[in-house]
Design a protein around this ligand. Structure first.
Ligand SMILES: [Zn+2]
Length: 253
């Protein structure tokens, strides 16, 4: 046991073991003469035990007090969610064994969770490539990717998180581009109503079905080239889509 502590010198536990072992040996020798040195291994075992108890108890010392946002959220919530967590971050303190630095993760609805140093370093290097799970609290799991944090409640895998976060980034980029275009004074044409005879023609041609999935409910006249991009109310530019397919198409543009 001393060997494993000493192997990774200088560990704090190894140092404490050596110091206590040497002090006890010196005390024994001065009290009872050189023969006491024969009990040498015993003094070091005692030293190791003291170090172990000391380390265990000081590592149990409480961490940073939770921030307001870190209070566990009441209900787990049934909604499918993946959300960026701008509050999430790591906190460190030096209150571990012999002032050892300790790392804690804290997120929205997640009180500080201790992350061992080695694990912290490992996560830190891996998050540059792929989302890594840092902690879990209640139904939420917290992910770290490219220096931002996200939580989800669906038990996603790293790849799922990657796909969803990428999509959400693309969407906000599009929204931003659109906003800039508006600001630049690009005129959005007012929509002309689709003439009745065109509607009737489309309905008949598309057999009253969504042209994507075949649904016959909640149908809408969809502009293949969107109206906002110059598409017109001609039969070539119109088709029937159900509300869901239309929404998905809107997301994809
Ligand atoms: Zn459809």
């Amino acid at each position: 046991m001393i060997g494993t502590s000493l192997g990774k010198m200088p560990t704090r536990r190894g140092l404490v073991t050596i110091v206590i072992g040497l002090v006890l040996t010196a005390m024994a020798v001065s009290a009872r003469g050189a023969m006491a040195a024969l009990a040498l291994p015993m003094w070091f075992v005692i030293g190791w035990l003291v170090a172990w108890i000391w380390e265990t108890s000081s590592d149990r010392k409480s961490g940073p007090s939770p921030s307001r946002f870190a209070r566990p959220s009441g209900s787990p919530g049934l909604r499918t969610t993946l959300r960026q967590d701008p509050n999430a971050h790591f906190v460190t303190d030096s209150r571990g064994f012999l002032f050892r630095r300790r790392f804690w993760f804290e997120g929205t609805g997640c009180p500080p969770v201790r992350i061992p140093l080695q694990e912290y370093r490992d996560l830190q290097s891996r998050q540059a490539r792929d989302p890594v799970m840092v902690a879990a609290a209640g139904a939420r799991r917290y992910w770290w990717w490219e220096d931002s944090f996200w939580w989800e409640n669906q038990g996603y895998e790293s790849l799922d998180v990657k796909a969803l976060v990428s999509r959400s980034r693309r969407q906000s980029q599009r929204t931003l581009q659109h906003a800039h275009a508006l600001l630049a004074g690009e005129k959005i044409r007012a929509r002309d109503p689709i003439p009745e005879d065109v509607r009737r023609y489309i309905w008949k041609r598309d057999r009253g079905q969504c042209q994507q999935c075949g649904a016959t409910e909640l149908l809408q006249y969809d502009h293949i080239i969107p109206w906002s991009m110059g598409g017109s109310n001609t039969v070539e530019n119109l088709s029937l889509l159900c509300a869901e397919c239309n929404r998905l198409k809107g997301d994809a543009i």
